[in-house]
Design a protein. Structure first.
Length: 94
C-alpha cells in the first residue's frame, strides 16, 4: 500500500506545481481537467497528503496511450519518445 500512496502523493504535488506554473501545459502533462488542476493548485501539502493516504492501494495515475501508441513508442529512438508522447496526448486533449 505504501507504494501507491507515495506515487499518488508525488503525482498530486507535481500536478499542483504544474497548475501553478502554467495550467495549459499542465492539462497535457497530467491528463487532468483545468477544473481539477485549479482545485489542486489551492491545496496545501497536508491536504494532498490526506488525499493520497485516503486512496489506499488505488492509483490516481493511468496510462493514457493505447496499445498501438505504446508499441510505436517502444520502437522509436529514445530521443524521439517524449515528443511523440506529447503529440499524442495533445491531440487527445484537443
Amino acid at each position: 500500500m505504501g507504494d501507491a500512496v507515495s506515487i499518488n502523493r508525488a503525482f498530486l504535488i507535481m500536478a499542483r506545481e504544474a497548475a501553478r506554473a502554467n495550467n495549459a501545459s499542465a492539462e497535457i502533462a497530467t491528463g487532468l481537467s483545468s477544473q481539477t488542476l485549479e482545485r489542486l493548485s489551492g491545496m496545501t501539502i497536508d491536504e494532498i497528503e490526506r488525499l493520497a493516504q485516503s486512496m489506499g492501494d488505488v492509483s490516481l495515475i493511468t496510462l493514457r496511450l493505447d496499445d498501438a501508441e505504446i508499441d510505436r513508442l517502444v520502437s522509436m529512438a529514445p530521443s524521439a519518445r517524449s515528443a511523440y508522447a506529447v503529440s499524442v496526448l495533445a491531440r487527445e486533449a484537443a
